[in-house]
Design a binder for this molecule. Structure first.
Ligand SMILES: Cc1cc2nc3c(=O)[nH]c(=O)nc-3n(C[C@H](O)[C@H](O)[C@H](O)COP(=O)(O)OP(=O)(O)OC[C@H]3O[C@@H](n4cnc5c(N)ncnc54)[C@H](O)[C@@H]3O)c2cc1C
Length: 652
């Protein structure tokens, strides 16, 4: 079924009231404002002392940038003068790579390596990130079989938006009632991003008015709907429709894809097949003896019931991962009792101003001042980007591998421990239960939005004994105590191992993807292509998750570009099929594994969804974002076996 066009439900943005420019500029992030002044004047004096900001430390916005009051006043004054002139044209629009490096370094007060320049220019919309034909589109497009995309979350939207502009025919299906994936499904209280939204958003499309720096899930869902609408994608999504099977047809050089929708089943023929079904989308539901006997609601955090009333009830939350960290502080004040069952404690980073709304002055600057939003996005991408990665390498000479990886990681541990001590206040009896015995950042980085405050409330209890069984009206843990519950929330995370094999894919020579991946050992060249599965592409595939920082939307755009780039080349050169060479794939996987050996995620003593049963890291990527951007920017067809279409017959 084609998606309903109820786009008007999406939040309507009223025009911002006209601001007094001086007031608005007084709320500016000074580093960002400095870059605006430079774009508008092109005067190099703004890139040097006394206007060069100090090295960045603040996480959300930086109103003084470590500059003297005189320098700050001069930047603000100059900005007001320039912005008051409606005729003013920028002296510099896209600065090119060399000048971009100087600008980034000036903005941050630190040397930025040159490889970031082309990536950031694209990310900031200073030059185009999506692929285009660079010339006429080939005539063959019109009769081409569609590309089939399974999934209309952020990844599916990123790719479909690019195919839409290229005019490449596609069909996109999603099992849900709407686009948005993660942000459609997860409606639990407190659900939101832990990546700031000015980085967790597409490089294309109109700017969005986020109400907070870290938006709640409803806004992200609205944002994705709006992007899908604007790109012309949402009206094409076939909702309530799932891909149930896909087989490569060697004779026709196409995918035969079985979809099941409200009108029944249909067999499609696709020129390519894309899995955009997400990494964190298949709930991991633990088998706890007696669960079926529980008389109240028991559900996974991603299946929160619409009409659930928690006020005055006894609630149990099983799990202490990212979702629990958001749920627990959001409900603790409403419930009668809250019991949290913890298997292992988590490291969580304090994040001052997490809940802060974006002030109207800052909002005005983001919407009205040229280049301001672009440089604000840059600042967020940098602050939440690659900076942490070098600190996550094991130091072979480090004396305390039992608690940390290296000196800096040890300092992070100390800082986070101090934070926990502070937050626990007069409940230091909980300290032992709350300090993890693995290095900081070993599991997904969590943000403390009131977690420690919540578990110290008089109506809350943190239970660390193993959960033994569930009864009709409560839970029994290893201490053999019965604790009453009327509602059980399973905040137990997601099953990651199967990835795209969930689509029941069979490639060349009848080989099943689940077999090729030994059920939970997924591997793919660049996390995207798999030998023996021609014209099959994964998004958010093996080893492309982010353990150190960054945004999954960034990854989605890298992959969308690679896939769209491959399709453009196939159409241009009349290539029917591309199949990644086994040697290329194996060498890539070898490099990933070797790199991971030196990184935190192979450190012993942690159980994390990043690893499979054999302990191999399958989920996250060991590379810097900028490396992945470079690897995926232009597909290299020397990495592939190509099958050309020759008068309808495929020849190698
Ligand atoms: C609670 C939560 C918070 C998160 N916070 C962050 C964050 O702060 N920063 C960050 O970078 N990442 C975060 N993530 C990761 C998040 O999943 C990604 O950011 C992103 O939303 C992934 O988009 P996607 O399109 O790849 O997958 P998804 O959003 O999972 O979408 C997959 C889509 O595929 C559809 N689908 C699945 N199977 C089929 C099938 N067989 N046929 C048809 N359709 C199918 C689903 O219905 C779904 O719509 C978070 C994840 C969760 C669960």
């Amino acid at each position: 079924m084609i998606g309903e066009s109820d786009a008007t439900e999406t939040r309507v943005e009223e025009p911002l009231p006209v601001r007094n420019l001086v007031d608005a500029v007084s709320e500016a992030d000074l580093r960002v404002l400095l870059m605006v002044v430079f774009h508008l004047t092109g005067d190099p004096k703004w890139l040097d002392a006394p206007f060069r900001p100090k090295r960045d430390v603040k996480l959300i916005a930086d109103e003084d940038a470590g500059l003297s009051p005189e320098a700050s006043a001069e930047i603000r004054g100059q900005a007001v003068a320039l912005l008051s002139d409606p005729e003013r044209q920028p002296a510099i629009d896209d600065p090119g790579n060399e000048l971009m490096v100087r600008m980034m370094s000036a903005c941050l007060g630190e040397a930025v390596p040159p490889e970031y320049a082309p990536m950031m220019r694209e990310e900031m919309g200073l030059c185009r990130r999506q692929v285009d034909w660079s010339g006429e589109a080939p005539a063959a497009l019109e009769s081409a079989r569609p590309v089939i995309i399974a999934g209309a979350g952020a990844s599916g939207i990123a790719l479909a938006a690019n195919l839409e502009t290229l005019g490449i025919p596609y069909r996109i299906v999603d099992k849900n009632d709407d686009v948005g994936g993660t942000w459609f499904e997860n409606v639990y209280p407190g659900c939101g991003v832990d990546t700031p939204n000015h980085a967790y958003s597409f490089s294309f499309g109109k700017p969005y008015r986020w109400s907070r720096y870290f938006a709640p899930r409803r806004e992200i869902y609205d944002y994705l709907r709006r992007c899908a609408d604007e790109a012309g994608v949402r009206r094409k999504v076939e909702f309530r429709t799932r891909v149930s099977q896909a087989d490569w047809d060697e004779t026709e050089q196409c995918w035969r894809v079985r979809i099941e929708g409200p009108q029944g089943g249909e067999l499609l023929q696709g020129s390519a097949l894309v899995s955009a079904i997400g990494q964190l989308s298949l709930p991991s539901v633990p088998e706890i003896p007696g669960m079926e006997t529980f008389e109240g609601p028991v559900f996974h955090s991603s299946a929160w019931p619409d009409d659930l009333e928690l006020s005055g009830r006894d609630v149990a939350v099983v799990g202490t991962g990212a979702s629990a960290m958001q749920i627990v502080p959001s409900i603790v004040d409403r419930v009668k009792s809250l019991t949290v069952y913890q298997r292992s404690p988590q490291w969580a980073r304090p994040i001052p101003r997490y809940h802060d709304p974006i002030g109207t002055g800052a909002q005005w600057l983001l919407e009205r001042v040229p280049y301001y939003a672009a440089w604000y996005r840059f600042a967020m991408l940098w602050r939440y980007g690659d900076g942490l990665l070098p600190t996550l390498r094991k130091d072979p000479n480090w004396d305390h591998p039992e608690r940390s990886l290296n000196r800096i990681n040890d300092r992070h541990r100390e800082e986070m421990t101090k934070h926990i001590v502070r937050e626990l206040g007069d409940r230091q009896d909980l300290l032992k239960k709350c300090i993890p015995n693995y290095p900081a950042y070993g599991k997904r980085i969590l943000l403390d939005n009131g977690w420690y405050g919540a578990i110290t409330r008089p109506n809350a209890e943190l239970v660390t004994d193993n959960l033994l069984r569930i009864t009709a009206d409560g839970l029994i843990a290893g201490d053999n105590n019965f604790r009453k519950a009327e509602v059980i929330v399973l905040a137990t995370g997601f099953k990651v191992g199967l990835m795209a094999a969930r689509l029941n894919v069979t490639g060349r020579s009848g080989r099943r993807l689940a077999e090729a991946w030994h059920n939970d050992n997924p591997t793919a060249h660049l996390g995207i292509t798999v030998p023996g599965f021609p014209n099959f592409f994964c998004m958010q595939g093996p080893n492309t998750g982010l353990g150190h920082g960054g945004s999954a939307i960034f990854q989605a755009e890298c992959q969308a570009r690679y896939i769209a780039g491959s399709l453009v080349r196939m159409f241009r050169e009349d290539i029917a099929a591309i199949d990644v060479k086994q040697t290329v794939h194996d060498e890539y996987v070898r490099r990933v594994d070797a790199e991971h050996e030196a990184m935190i995620w192979t450190h012993p003593g942690m159980s994390t969804y990043y690893r499979n049963r054999q302990g191999r890291v399958i989920s996250v990527m060991p590379w810097r974002l900028v490396d992945y951007w470079a690897m995926t920017h232009e597909p290299d067809f020397d990495d592939y076996h190509l099958t050309f279409r020759d008068g309808g017959r495929a020849t190698e």
